[in-house]
Ligand binder design. Sequence first.
Ligand SMILES: [Zn+2]
Length: 366
Amino acid sequence: MLGEKLMQNKIGSIVAIEPKTGEILCMVSAPSFNPTELSGRHRGEHYQELQARPDKPLLNRPIQGTYPPGSTFKTSQALTLLQEGIIDTRTKYPCNDGFSFRGLRVGCHSHSSPLDLNFAIATSCNSYFCWGYYYMIGAAKYGTPQKALTVWKDYMVEMGFGYTLGVDLPGEARGMIPNSDYYDRHYNRSWNGLTTISNSIGQGEVTLTPLQIANLGATIANRGYYITPHVVKTVDGEQQDTAYTKRHYVSVDKENYEIVVQGMRQSVIDGTCRSANNPNYVVCGKTGTAQNRGIDHSVFMGFAPMDDPQIAIAVYVENGGFGAVYGVPIGALMMEQYIMGGLSEASQRKVEDYSNRVIDYGEEER
Ligand SMILES: [Zn+2]
């Protein structure tokens, strides 16, 4: 299978969802193991061997791995800030190689400044989303940072974060969306938008599963709703469990989703997702480069075609570096295979290239 081949010699996940139905089209957890090892006379020993491995093959990473979503999360921030009236499409914020305010600094790469939302999504500007979040948490209309963060958290929960989605597989993790109580306990009630600024760029306390990131892509593809992701298909003549047909709407207007879709399109035209471009259909995408203890994780979230989405996808490659290094090309190949029913010769060569790339993880416990 293509996804498994691309994830050879890497640790991470691929999750693809059909936005219209919530059906899970593909789920890869790397490294994987041969399930037959867990049957037969030596299953106990095999299980112990697998359990002892530092790369944790028994962990079903797409639904049990919880990670910082990094910049893929900026799409959820854009939606929240637009809906709350903190920004509109004309709002521009400055970025001087990052966000610097009252002694706090969050770095960014160089690009023109000030910049608007469309360019901020396309170029994945940290500063833009730091400013937007800072102004939201401090906005007078909410009264206190606690109340502002509660509004913010409610959007995040509606988008499917912080709780399990309810996938029809065992062991799903919920990830983490911090709430006001959490910060009140940690900072003795004395905190603000700066203290919690990492939330704006999908770092800090925020963690998501790859399934939740893919579901964010599906929700944007649908312009504002998702259907609980599931692996069991509808069987002819048999009514499906309504849990897997119901639309979960987010309290964000369709127009605001459309603005974010345009930003994700811009990202493919001339931003961080350029290598996902395909002449045969219109791709929308968002990179993520998620910081952690070691080398950054390489992340991609996207969907295609833009106006009739057939596939939404999340790729998460642990310690893969910038999102454009592994996340974008792997996501692009998966979308091409699904939409076109096969790969061009150039893409087939890319498959060989990426499947042969080895990330050295050492022996560190993961
Ligand atoms: Zn920037």
